[in-house]
Design a protein around this ligand. Structure first.
Ligand code: 6LW
Length: 505
């Protein structure tokens, strides 16, 4: 089991608390335990689920959608399609998770008694339209499903039936685009409707309205947006898409997404949208969001000790840890630790990572500087390591018997940028990502990606160094972030181990 690197800094903690592409966080508390879910788009398994006792240190306990019947992603489902924006709630002794699958089933709901799984088969909601569905129950047991826009319909969450058409609740601040990510809460005497607006780019923000009934009418907060970093030089940007939770000591906290742009102008973010944490006070019945920084003061409770992030996966156990993701599906015959004990075997489906059906197993890049290595045996095929943003944006180091090649795919451009003969037998491939240290001119990119192999004595032989901006969201578009992983482009490719190490700079 892997733990996030939201860690102590002096007397406090650092943001992001869940680094790497973990957007659209939704959180709930049961007793002393917090649970959090994120969007997962075209990756399988979907909807990573985390547990924490302090809101700062999060351990991934599973993925809610880990069976093909729960997550239908057709082979052609586009990157940044698939699973959008969960809401995770605990009600009536069960966990409830509602998401939108924009590539097949629309809005779907799942339940579980243990958030680590198993989660139920999907309950479809054909009468609920719009992304970012939320669930809230009133005292009469009515379940209100509120979606981007912002609209609302009463549903039966056990059957998926919607009672009537959706009603418009609020359109957010006049002139602000994309009112979305609604979450509805009963807090004290009011029902609060929290939304994101301004779009999930640099203008993102969080606004709120309140009313006496879950169905409105809603009065906007006079201080909206209650959180935004638009137009600032804050190191955390695009902040929005929030959810609220109360701690056992009665303090309030907000989880939200944000990005860490690097380099010159316009700034490029490469890790996707990450999960952040910030305290919230209440003044005159409205939330006042605390100062959000990369280095936060400690919450009033005992923080967990810094977690150890396991660096190396040696594929000695059956199955894969929950942080490993594949593209759209993961047929067991194409990805197995059972074929060669102690090795992960990938069997090629598509020809390359340009194909939506590529055989790929990766993990999110969580640190601005990091190193990945893997020992690869390509005696029966061709494959290697990749830095992936989507099918049109990836850098690969691909081994085949006697040769290693580095390929770059950037939009319509494909190139073999380096190659080198290698001795027969397994080879260690290595990729080093280094955050830019100084912005020499306005065009300086966010990071460099050095790609190569290792000599038997461990010496790194760099084959090429590539500008990381081409694997950023500002270039590629979409809603995800980099994933670092292993692929097979022909035949069977065996991986003895894969190591991911953050690098301090
Ligand atoms: C999500 C929307 C958003 O559905 O981005 O940041 C979309 N907000 O609420 C995809 O994550």
């Amino acid at each position: 089991m892997r733990e996030s690197s939201g860690h102590r800094t002096g007397s406090g903690f650092s943001n992001p608390v869940i680094p790497g592409f973990h957007p659209d966080p939704s959180v709930c508390r049961v007793g002393d335990d917090y649970y959090l879910a994120c969007s997962s788009f075209e990756y399988f398994p979907g909807v990573p689920l985390f547990h924490s006792r302090d809101l700062v240190h999060w351990t991934q306990i599973g993925n809610a959608l880990d069976r093909p019947g729960q997550l239908r992603l057709p082979p052609g489902a586009p990157a940044s399609g698939g699973i959008y924006a969960p809401t995770l709630r605990h009600h009536d002794g069960r966990f409830w998770l509602i998401v939108t699958n924009v590539s097949s089933d629309g809005n779907v709901l799942f339940t579980a008694t243990d958030p680590a799984g198993p989660w139920s088969d999907p309950i479809r909601l054909p009468g609920v339209h719009g992304i970012d569905p939320d669930l809230a129950w009133d005292d009469d047991g009515n379940c209100w499903c509120t979606t981007a826009g912002v609209g609302q319909v009463r549903i039966d969450p056990r059957t998926g039936e919607a009672f009537g058409p959706s009603r418009r609740l609020w359109s957010g601040t006049p002139g602000a685009k994309a009112p979305e990510a609604p979450h509805l809460y009963r807090i004290g005497d009011y029902w609060y409707l929290l939304i994101a607006e301004g779009g999930t780019e640099r203008c993102h923000g969080v606004s709120i309205a309140r009313g006496r009934m879950p169905t409105g009418p809603f009065e906007p907060c006079p201080d909206n947006p209650v959180l935004t970093h638009r137009g600032t030089d804050h190191p955390l940007q695009n902040t929005g898409h929030a959810d609220l939770v109360q701690a056992p000591d009665a303090s309030w906290w907000m989880v939200l997404l944000g990005v860490r742009p690097r380099g010159g102008s316009p700034g490029w973010h490469v890790l996707g949208r990450e999960t952040l944490l910030v305290p919230v006070d209440w003044v005159d019945g409205w939330p006042v969001v605390g100062e959000l920084s990369t280095d936060m003061p400690a919450p009033p409770w005992q923080l967990y000790p810094p977690p150890a992030v396991p660096a190396l996966d040696d594929f000695d156990s059956d199955g894969l840890a929950p942080h490993w993701v594949s593209l759209r599906h993961r047929p067991p015959e194409d990805c197995t630790t059972g074929m060669r004990p102690g090795w992960l075997t990938l069997n090629a489906r598509g020809g390359s990572l340009d194909d939506t059906d590529a055989t790929f197993v990766g993990r999110r890049q969580e640190h601005l500087s990091c190193r990945v290595r893997a020992l690869v045996d390509t005696a029966q095929g061709r494959g290697g390591l990749a830095v992936r943003l989507d099918e049109q944006h990836h850098y690969d180091v691909e081994a085949s018997p006697g040769e290693v090649r580095v390929r770059a795919r950037v939009g319509p451009l494909h190139a073999v940028v380096a190659s080198r003969p290698t001795p027969a037998g397994p080879v260690v491939l290595r990729i080093e990502v280094a955050e830019v240290q100084s912005v020499d001119d306005a065009r300086t990119g966010p990071d460099t990606i050095r790609v190569g192999i290792e000599e038997p004595d461990g010496t790194f032989v760099e084959l090429t160094s590539l500008d990381g901006r081409y694997l950023s969201t500002e270039v590629a578009g979409g809603f995800t972030g980099r994933v670092l992983g292993m692929f097979a482009s022909m035949g069977a490719v065996h991986f003895d181990w894969f190591e991911y190490v953050p690098v301090e700079r």
